[in-house]
Design a protein around this ligand. Structure first.
Ligand code: NAD
Ligand code: DAU
Length: 349
């Protein structure tokens, strides 16, 4: 079959990447989707078992920091477009060891930009860079992040993502590379690695392990259903303007402690435990260094210009998420064995 596009999706075996790969493979049979992933601790091909035999999908194990790996995949598959999600994504790990974040998120992104520039001679391509709202820093009680909010990253993770965003813009302005960018708030949903708050709390409740809440649990995050993020990427990739950034978020702010208590309640019922039993597991632990107080996204540009909207209410999405974890304990077992145990021990004991 002749494909109309050969799209390289980096980080397609990760949490958000696997949802983006699935959406594109199922929705666009005339595109070939090449999932390019190093399979770090966060990458897992079992996230994609349902689509792995589709004729418009293939997986290539590779590292965005390797010029050879990138040359091979661009040549073999005649890559026409890139959706770039590969990254080190966990703030706590970036505090423990920033260099890995510089290498993958900054150096790897520049290698990828350079490879696209070398291979694309006309403007008929798209390089979509997927980024985060954390580049804007931390909000007080009022206000929302807009696309025009000045960058003010405060963790090694957000500094590395901000740097990658700057390089993407630099390739647009300097070399005319056809880039688009999106900056999204906290995602939740299935296949979320249990180092992040929501899957970690679900996992610990199931196993009756203490629920670690940083500081007083007063920090606020703006949560978005991961499939709504994937839909936003689809819309921006196809209809967004070149050189533009689009904020993605659901106006769904939760204090960490309220969210943890809400998960406790849902799981009291689902696990047939007494009301309030899970809440007893909540443990306030040492705060994250430089912990950003509040994130909240204004997605008006994406909504008015491209007609995107979140599809699902948080309560419904969270219940679906909890059900997915309860029904996929084998997946949880697999990803929490081995190095996760050492990580957990280091972080929380
Ligand atoms: P994740 O950690 O779940 O997955 C990252 C994926 O990248 C993994 O499959 C991993 O194997 C792969 N990877 C890492 N280093 C690589 C390398 N050198 N070469 C090739 N592949 C490599 O991350 P996620 O939460 O799915 O986030 C995906 C992207 O979205 C990231 O760029 C992140 O900054 C951004 N983002 C995440 C969120 C969120 O809430 N999780 C919100 C906004 C933006
Ligand atoms: O805002 C988008 C970002 O959201 C993404 O760019 C990042 O890749 C993603 O990891 C996420 O970052 P956060 O640091 O906000 O997510 P995390 O799930 O690690 O933490 C959410 C909140 O919960 C944060 O305020 C810290 C707190 N927390 C987290 C963990 C892991 C706890 O209180 N206890 C915990 O054990």
């Amino acid at each position: 079959m002749e494909f109309t596009k050969n799209i390289l999706i980096t980080g397609g075996a990760g949490f958000i990447g696997s949802h983006v790969v699935r959406l594109f493979v199922n929705k666009y049979p005339n595109y070939r989707i090449i999932n390019f992933d190093k399979l770090t601790y966060a990458g897992n091909l079992s996230n994609l078992v349902d689509i792995e035999t589709k004729s418009n999908y293939c997986f290539v194990k590779g590292d965005i920091c390797s010029i050879q790996d990138l040359s091979d995949v661009f040549t073999t598959y005649q890559i026409s477009d890139v959706i770039h999600l590969a990254a080190e994504s966990h703030v706590d790990r970036s505090i423990e060891g920033p260099m890995e974040f510089v290498m993958t998120n900054v150096v790897g992104t520049v290698h990828l930009l350079q490879k696209a520039k070398e291979n694309w001679s006309d403007g008929n391509h798209v390089f979509h860079h997927v980024s985060t709202d954390e580049v804007y820093g931390s909000l007080g009680e009022e206000g929302l992040f807009q696309e025009t909010t000045p960058y003010d990253p405060r963790s090694p993770y957000s500094a590395s993502k901000a740097s990658s965003d700057h390089f993407v813009r630099a390739y647009f302005h300097t070399y005319g590379l056809p880039v688009k960018m999106s900056n999204c708030s906290n995602n939740y949903g299935s296949h979320h690695f249990p180092e992040k708050l929501i899957p970690l709390i679900i996992h610990n409740i199931v196993n009756k392990i203490p629920l670690p809440v940083y500081g007083k649990g007063e920090n606020i995050r703006d949560w978005l259903w991961v499939e709504d993020h994937a839909n936003a990427i689809d819309v921006i990739f196809h209809q967004g303007r070149l050189g533009e950034s689009y904020n993605v978020g659901g106006l769904n702010e939760w204090k960490n402690i309220d969210l943890v208590k809400y998960l406790c309640k849902i799981l009291d019922k689902k696990l047939n435990r007494e009301e309030g039993e899970n809440e007893k597991l909540i443990t306030f632990v040492k705060d994250r260094a430089g912990h950003d107080a509040r994130y909240a996204i204004d997605a008006t540009k994406l909504e008015t210009e491209l007609g995107w909207k979140p599809s699902i209410q948080f309560e419904e999405g969270l219940e679906k998420t909890v059900d997915w974890y309860l029904q996929n304990q084998d997946w949880v077992e697999k990803v929490t064995s081995g190095s996760y145990k050492e990580y957990y021990e280091r972080m929380y004991k």
